[in-house]
Design a protein around this ligand. Sequence first.
Ligand code: KG4
Ligand code: ZN
Length: 334
Amino acid sequence: MKDVYILGIESSCDETSAAVVKNGRELLSNVISSQIDVHRRYGGVVPEIAGRNHLLAIMPVIDEAINKAGITKEDIDAVAVTYGAGLIGCLLVGVSAAKAFAYALGKPLVKVNHIQGHISANFIAFPELQPPFLSLVASGGHTSIIAVDDYTSFNPVSATMDDAIGEAFDKVARILGLPYPGGPEIDRRAKNGNANIRFCPNLKARADHAYSFSGLKTAVVNYVHNLTQRGEEIPVDDICASFTAEAVGYLVDTFVSVAKERGLEKAVLAGGVAANSYLRGTLAEACKKENIKLFVPPPVLCTDNAAMIATRGYYAFIKGEDVADLSLNAVSNL
Ligand code: KG4
Ligand code: ZN
């Protein structure tokens, strides 16, 4: 059978990325141009600035991905692009570049849901992984449990009712005066701290499996404000360790209870927060206890990248699904 080469393009937030994936599983290139340094001085992603920087980066990043893959533009069978969810001005840059590329070279265009892309990163990291499995998506914009019944069949089981877990990490980091992005910084500081503060004693898995992180986030913010008002020292490392333990414990307990209820033996972790060392360890332990085989991609495939988009696009392409024409538009809330 002829090899299938997919060019993936991702620009939903602050990473401009292009990748080439062969036959859905073999990563030939994954170029990621991060804007973290640009946004750090603002303490978060400024959408307009992000959009402009995507525009500057997108063509060189695509060229580099094709060169690194050792193929030519003509070898590409289809272009897969993130069309949502994300920041609209950012998504539009990737979608426009993908449309232009597809039109100029006469290649099919495949639209990809960003969250489904995050989950599909596992297909690259683990060549033996096959659906069905249950996935836990923990990112800056989403916290969801999604049942993957087939390569292109993603069925939401539960989601957050308010903040995403990554959003809570970033806001807690901000109140503690830690640099953006807060998640990795909290991860580092938590290792030196004691998880000796209980912010939300009642935080536990809900019967409907829905998540809510805003109460925990607010409790940490209030705790820090109270100490500041009393002129007391802020135990940053202990707060990082305690917040992480509470957020991750709750995330994992809920996920494992859904997996047990559904009798699923395979689970995957996905999204930027999947890079968190405490989450990786805690989930691994909980799954082992329940005899659930867990797949966790390496950190570079957890945060935003185009390889995951190319893989998701590959499975749609070979089934003739999600093929888009030049009227494709970006959708900020999918
Ligand atoms: O998936 P992602 O790259 O972008 C979205 O699609 O949202 O996730 C970004 C989120 C940010 O909130 C960032 O702080 C968090 O992932 N993150 C982490 C870690 N690395 C990234 N959170 C906790 N620990 C980490 N090591
Ligand atoms: Zn993402």
